[in-house]
Design a protein around this ligand. Sequence first.
Ligand SMILES: *Cc1c(COP(=O)(O)O)cnc(C)c1O
Length: 383
Amino acid sequence: MNSFITEELERINAAGLKRAMRVVTGTQGPSVTVDGREAVLLCSNDYLGLANHPLVKEAAKRAIDRYGFGAGASRLVSGNMEPHAELEERIRRFKGTGAALLFNSGYQTNIGLISALSDRSTAVFSDRLNHASIVDACRLSFAGVHRYPNRDVDSLERLLKKSAAKNKLIVTDGVFSMDGSIAPLKEIAGLLDRHNALLIVDDAHATGVLGKTGRGTPEHLGVTHPSVIHMGTLGKALGSFGAYVAGSKSLIELLISKARPFIYTTALPPSMASASIAAFDVMENEPSLRDKLWENVEFFKRGLPEGIETLGSPTQIIPIVVGDASRTMEISKNLLEKGVFIQGIRPPTVPEKTSRLRVTITAAHGSEDLRKALAAIKEELAR
Ligand SMILES: *Cc1c(COP(=O)(O)O)cnc(C)c1O
């Protein structure tokens, strides 16, 4: 019998990289019941606590009554329904672009967007710490791919100068998902005209979070260059599901005709689009949620013991770098026994020897939740 499956599993296991899922019963929130145990949740991307918000749930329920559940076909066949179009208009206005297009997930968005903007005469310049969906998108595109050291604008500029490619595309996370650091968008945008390049900003962790009105990293850094293409997910701070591209009308027309993950997949259930619209309403009507988030982030950072390596993260993603993969997973397991759920992150998600506890803070946490977590972290790291 073919032994590929068992051999692969053994290899992964021997490297200490076997992954397994824990089951959350009940709702998502500042604390959850995980594997039967109540724990403070510090590894969710539901940054504003909208996944279980009454107005978001109500919108989804009303939409199910009005539109049914499934969309039954792709958008281009017969699955395009009112809530999809309404949500796209909402995203377009939120991002202040000519148009916007909904995708079924952020992963699929990056695959579709980067492939559609590439051909054999294209060079893609991708930050080394970009999300896995960008890495996979580069592999699937026909472009030549150049990876530059994390946030290193000088290296990026050198690569741009050396490249003879006709079409140049730079892609970066706005907020890096495992470090919490912010991309130097202003400096990168300064290279666009000189090199006739486009810039994709993946704002999965910044949409709804960064910027005075939650419009993301470009708003936070004051970047308005017309060659910037915005990508974001509805599954994180917006507490819903799905993702989007926002940019010029012609970009969106191109994607509708060329982005394969858009064309060849069933449309999102309309109720999910309606839930996302309600999430935008809450996010825009309650700016105090963002104030609370930053208050919590400050409180948590001030409470961390001296000498802990958090890579200087300025955002709600706070890596506590442990180094060794097995020790990281051991600490994560012990924390859960103390009622604190923080997932350990290992290679290949992060570079070798930088395994970490990736803490994410949300607006829904109370100071008691954070105090409890800080005490448990202090105990575990001291052992
Ligand atoms: C989570 C994430 C994605 C994928 O978004 P989904 O909607 O969850 O598929 C893409 N890019 C980055 C940087 C992410 O963190």
